[in-house]
Design a protein around this ligand. Structure first.
Ligand code: IMP
Length: 430
């Protein structure tokens, strides 16, 4: 029995959705373990596009169990609307194919509002969040005042829990000059949504233990990427959860030894949404060309993504932190037709050369990339399913990336379609 974890190795949007979907054909259970409906995973299946934010990517596959772990923050209203939206596309979601951790913390409307209020008041120092309430919900979880899924079972005890939460939030709201939250209104909303989410609520740790003992294969699906990790990312321009592999254990309720093969998802160039440092960002025509060719618009917010050359120094750093065994290189076809390509090998910061990005915000902002230039290719890589299908220079680019990041390529994805993959090593192979 082998399990597998999928981790984004850049700033998210590496194309994890397609790879998780592809891998889920080999898995029995797909588990999300962090983040919330800030994630945006796009799956293209037989030409039909499925957009997922909160639900695990395995949900569109028949016969798979999808699980939302305790490390995820769940907006129950967004949960309902995503299930209804997918239902309208013919994806049947019931308690047979979806389970939710009863100990997961909820995102409430007041979290989303606070996220927006803070971003609005921050001026130039805004984070550029997805405004889904992710940060405020994780703060309440760590502050021990969150409402959790299991709390919805006992509406009598919900009142005092809401009081505790509102003592904190209404003070903040006064500071922002907005109306306090009305307790009865919030209680009413929660009572109404409880009936929808509660049937899915189970002790996920136990369900996963049963799955393990039955020899089932588990796929752990990360959201965002290592550079958005609250500890290891480009802080403070990060999300509010740990996105690294270790979180798969804590955020699902399994032992670290259960995680298995760690697959890092790496885009063949770099993108970022939101604010924060981005040493290889291209603010010229080349950046625009990458964005257009790669359709680089956010799945969740529709924001245009910032684009730049591949940063091997940052990816190497991410892969080491996340303990990645092999990578899936995605969107190689976006580089088709460039005369030459650059790869960042390190940085100059204040006259010193670094082969990694130091943690300080000022140092990160000052980092100037050091590049190696490689020849491009004019033929198409779209739909390639073997090395022989790749132009020679494209294969060389992949090999050079592999050397620089000090990690082998397990898969190369060559189009959004599910089956357009060059497989070097099956992550689920025993
Ligand atoms: P938050 O997660 O909404 O608090 O946003 C914090 C930062 O993470 C912002 O820069 C967002 O753009 C970024 N972010 C959050 N989720 C994703 C994602 O799924 N893909 C890419 N960036 C994300």
């Amino acid at each position: 029995m082998a399990n597998c974890a999928v981790i984004g190795a850049q700033w998210g949007d590496e194309g994890k959705g397609k790879i998780v979907d592809w891998l889920s054909a080999r898995a029995d259970v797909v588990v999300r373990f962090q983040g919330g409906h800030n994630a945006g995973h796009t799956l293209v299946i037989d030409g039909e596009v499925f957009k997922l934010s909160l639900l695990p990517s395995g949900i569109v596959r028949e016969g798979k169990l999808s699980v939302i772990g305790n490390g995820v923050v769940i907006d129950p209203f967004a949960f309902k609307s995503e299930i209804e939206r997918l239902g309208a596309q013919g994806v049947r979601i019931t308690t047979v194919n979806l389970a939710v951790a009863e100990n997961a913390a909820l995102i409430l409307p007041l979290h989303q509002e606070l996220d927006g209020l803070r971003e609005g008041a921050a001026g130039d120092s805004k984070i550029g969040t997805t405004k889904r309430g992710i940060g405020p919900a994780y703060e309440d979880k760590a502050g021990r005042r969150a409402i959790r899924v299991c709390d919805l079972r006992d509406t009598d005890s919900l009142g005092p829990k809401i009081d505790r939460l509102l003592t904190h939030h209404n003070a903040l709201r006064v500071g922002f000059g907005v109306e306090p939250v009305d307790k009865d209104e919030l209680l009413g909303q929660l009572k109404e949504i409880a009936g929808f989410i509660l049937p899915f609520a189970v002790p996920v740790w136990r369900l996963l233990d049963d799955a393990r003992r039955a020899g089932k294969r588990i796929l752990f699906e990360g959201a965002q990427g290592v550079l958005l990790d609250v500890d290891h990312g480009t802080y403070p321009y990060v999300t509010s959860s740990n996105t690294v592999t270790g979180q798969a254990a804590g955020g699902a309720g399994v032992a670290p030894s259960q995680i298995g093969y760690v697959l890092g998802i790496v885009k063949a160039y770099t993108t970022r949404v939101g604010e924060g440092p981005f040493p290889t960002e291209l603010l010229d025509e080349t950046g625009q060309r990458l964005g257009e060719r790669g359709h680089e618009f956010g799945t969740v917010t529709g924001r245009q993504r910032r684009c730049g050359w591949f940063d091997a120094a940052l990816v190497r750093q991410s892969l080491k932190i996340a303990g990645v065994d092999g990578i899936a290189l995605t969107k190689l076809d976006v580089l088709d037709g460039f005369e030459e390509l650059k790869i960042c090998t390190g940085y100059k910061i204040g006259g010193e050369v670094y082969d990694y990005l130091p943690a300080g915000m000022d140092a990160q902002a000052a980092a100037e990339p050091i590049y190696e230039t490689l020849p491009g290719w004019s033929d198409s890589t779209v739909g390639a399913r073997s090395w022989a299908d790749l132009p020679a220079e494209a294969a060389k680019y992949v090999r050079r990336v592999e050397e620089m990041i000090e990690c082998p390529v397990a898969l190369v994805s060559t189009s959004p379609e599910r089956e357009d993959v060059i497989l070097v090593r099956d992550p689920f192979a025993d």
